[in-house]
Design a protein around this ligand. Structure first.
Ligand SMILES: Nc1[nH]c(=O)nc2c1ncn2[C@H]1C[C@H](O)[C@@H](COP(=O)(O)OP(=O)(O)OP(=O)(O)O)O1
Length: 172
């Protein structure tokens, strides 16, 4: 089983009487290699030896788009289990943060792009994202299980079933 992370940096959000509503933006990456290549997702990746999930989310966000994040500023938002043909493929820790330093830059791994929350390109993301990411972006916590079938790699398997629990306690 792989352990991995996803991180969703958020910016903006000042509302006025004239323009109420959630006007925040989320930083997504268009992945240039690896699992989910060509799709949008948050920055993230697999844990390295000896690394905590929080450290991994900070490192991957720095390596993929050049943003600096203090690990204490990450807010844990979810725990997702991705199963492939009945076996756990990846356990993924999901974080969000409104605190970071720097401007996103494109790297070999990723092209960053800010999206208004109502314009998140779910048709160009993993099929499961539309089920859990909207809640995560508006501050909720989630625990989810997502089943894929049809053999490796996971991004070519069919998404067949899911189970979600909202507003759960998630640690670290
Ligand atoms: N069904 C799914 N929905 C989703 O939103 N993200 C998923 C997903 N299945 C995997 N991921 C994410 C979690 C994690 O951030 C990433 C893992 O992909 P990879 O193994 O290719 O990692 P990386 O491309 O970052 O590789 P490394 O840099 O070598 O760690 O894919």
């Amino acid at each position: 089983m792989l352990e991995a992370t996803l991180c969703f940096p958020l910016r903006g959000g000042e509302t006025t009487a004239d323009e109420p509503g959630d006007r925040r933006e989320v930083l997504l990456i268009e992945k240039r290699r690896g699992l989910g290549e060509g799709w949008y997702n948050g920055p993230g990746g697999k844990l390295e030896d000896g690394e905590t999930p929080r450290e991994c989310a900070v490192r991957e966000t720095r390596e993929e788009v050049g943003l600096q994040i203090d690990p204490d500023d990450l807010e844990k938002a979810g725990e997702l289990t991705f199963l492939l043909d009945g076996a756990v493929h990846t356990f993924c820790h999901v974080y969000r943060t409104a605190a970071f330093a720097g401007e996103p830059i494109a790297t070999e791994e990723a092209r960053p792009e800010w999206f208004a929350l109502e314009d998140v390109p779910y048709d160009r993301m993993w099929e499961d994202d539309r089920l859990w990411l909207p809640g995560v972006l508006c501050g909720r916590t989630v625990r989810g299980e997502f089943e894929f079938s049809g053999g490796k790699p996971l991004d070519e398997a069919a998404f067949v079933d899911h189970d979600l629990e909202w507003d759960v306690a998630v640690h670290d």
